[in-house]
Write a protein that binds this ligand. Structure first.
Ligand SMILES: Nc1ncnc2c1ncn2[C@@H]1O[C@H](COP(=O)(O)OP(=O)(O)O)[C@@H](O)[C@H]1O
Ligand code: SF4
Ligand SMILES: [Mg+2]
Length: 356
């Protein structure tokens, strides 16, 4: 049985005003994505591609220009503040910066208790017990509740931020670059924790990152974003092992690899793809950087087209996808079905990138 949809975003556009004489900036332009129960969808792209804007639009923190957002079947596109407050039980967020996301003047215990106190459904003893349980679950020592954020490292604070997000058993957690500010070895620990918690609580994640290898480990499906548009989407294996869109290939070329010669070759490919001229409003937003661009790319906007492959969900928004992807490589057929939690842990003490 297919698990129910938790989040469904259709044709989302978000614009920001830039002053009276300049047209608004379209930070998100026609993005559709859906997340099922127990599923992780990785949203990946360079800085400024609109990832956080999508997360913030779902949370009601960015105004939605057009399109629709449904959460657990309810249209929350323009939900009023009271409706949003009601959603807090089921929709939570973990931000990138564990330093600024915890109030430095409050004990960890008080910060974690806040959502339960706001609900007024539990007594003090029950709240204290829940705080202790969640802290223990994320691997923090028992006395953490009495201490302040300043007494913890970045990785420990991110564990605490995760505990806070899970205090009231949400269905969906938006993880906005939760490990980007952490050392590589700590990243692996936090990613493993997120994976374990997902299996334990049947959580769904919208997992945002700028690095493909980071999202790959946790994600069932990956969506690649560039300048507010979806460039490629598919199962994690398809997008990572068989990238079709020239932008996805550029993103992968930016990932450090252990072999210096391979790294040099990748870097050269990336330099070749650097901007030659600014993007035009019409056509493919990646055309000014694309080594494969032809005339039509500058004139007609490419829409996501299905690609052959085992999952039937692999798409690329590229006029030349059929030429660039004539013979799909065999990817893990188990990736076809959802949910298939990746299940494997990132080796701790190693980076997410070199653990395979
Ligand atoms: N509140 C805002 N006001 C104006 N522009 C914004 C605002 N938030 C984001 N942007 C712009 O929208 C684009 C996408 O930003 P963002 O979603 O933060 O990208 P990402 O998370 O992928 O790095 C960027 O050009 C950014 O400058
Ligand atoms: S549509 Fe054209 S410019 Fe855009 S990625 Fe494909 S080949 Fe490159
Ligand atoms: Mg961001």
């Amino acid at each position: 049985m297919t698990p129910p949809l938790v989040l469904d975003i259709r044709d989302l556009a978000v614009e920001f005003r830039q002053g009276r004489k300049t047209p608004p900036l379209r930070a998100v332009d026609g993005v559709s994505l859906s997340i099922r129960e127990g599923e992780t969808v990785g949203l990946v792209g360079e800085s400024g591609s609109g990832k956080s804007t999508i997360g913030r639009a779902v949370l009601g923190l960015n105004p939605i220009h057009s399109g629709r957002v449904h959460f657990e079947g309810t249209d929350i596109t323009h939900a009023a503040r009271a409706t949003r407050r009601g959603l807090a039980d089921r929709l939570q967020v973990v931000f990138q910066d564990p330093y600024s996301s915890l109030n430095p003047a409050r004990t960890i215990g008080r910060t974690l208790a806040e959502p339960l106190v706001a609900q007024r459904r539990s007594d003090r003893a029950a709240i204290a017990e829940r705080v202790a349980t969640m802290l223990e679950r994320v691997g923090m020592p028992a006395d953490t509740a009495d201490r302040y954020p300043g007494q913890f490292s970045g990785g420990q604070r991110q564990r605490i931020a995760i505990a806070r997000a899970l205090m009231i058993s949400p269905r969906l957690v938006i993880c906005d670059e939760p490990v980007s500010a952490l050392d590589l070895s700590i990243q692996a620990q936090v990613m493993n924790l997120l994976g374990d918690l997902q299996r334990e609580f049947a959580l769904s994640y919208l997992f945002i990152a700028h690095d493909l290898p980071v999202v790959r480990h946790l994600s069932h499906r990956i969506i690649v974003l560039y300048r507010g548009r979806v460039m490629e989407s598919g199962t994690a294996d398809e997008v990572y092992s068989d990238p079709v869109h020239p932008y996805t290939q550029t993103l992968l070329a930016a990932v450090p690899v252990p072999d210096p010669r391979a790294q040099r070759a990748r870097r050269q490919r990336r330099v070749a793809a650097e901007p030659a001229r600014p993007p035009s409003a019409a056509g493919c937003v990646f055309a000014h950087r694309c080594a494969h661009a032809v005339d039509i790319c500058h004139i007609v906007r490419p829409e996501p087209l299905p690609l052959p492959g085992p999952s039937g969900t692999h798409t690329a928004a590229c006029h030349r996808s059929a030429e660039l992807h004539p013979h799909p490589v065999a990817v893990n057929p188990s990736a076809k079905q959802h949910p298939v939690p990746t299940g494997h842990h990132v080796r701790e003490g190693s980076s997410c990138e070199d653990s395979e």
